[in-house]
Ligand binder design. Sequence first.
Ligand SMILES: [Zn+2]
Length: 177
Amino acid sequence: MEAYKLHPGEVIILRDDYCDNLMARSFFTESGELLLTTEAIVFTCIKRNKIDHIKVTPLDDIQIYNGRPQVKGPAAMLEDSIEIYTNGGVLKYNLGDSVIGRTAKKWAAAITEAVMKRKPQLCAPPAPPVPQYAPQYAPPPVPAPLDVRKCPGCGAQIVGRVGDIGVCEYCGCKVKI
Ligand SMILES: [Zn+2]
């Protein structure tokens, strides 16, 4: 099997030579190289110094919820892993061999930024920092009002809450309400 070939215009953003695939359904952990490009996350599984297989996850497969790509950095102090929620399931990679946590945080931020660049219309701008003196409680959520859009695919009416992504029940087209 050949190594991953970049498409024209595709650029490598990050690379990590010490990556473990924690979701591998095999007895032995899969180890290899992780690449983040402007188009995809590419895990190259290395066994006995040879490429065993390559898993390519297009950035467009990463789920977006409330305007945020669903990429999680390390959950605990001593972890150095990232979790990526995609349409095809969850990916979990352990990263780096250096300072615990830093590598994963850097990766989670870089993946999030790369996805937001690809889908700016679906992603919310980063929230402004909360001032120190702001009250720490949040007001009860108010549901956004309903609105109607015309499906760009088939012209049917799509009803949804303002700010949500409405999905056409006839043709599956998505439109921001
Ligand atoms: Zn439609």
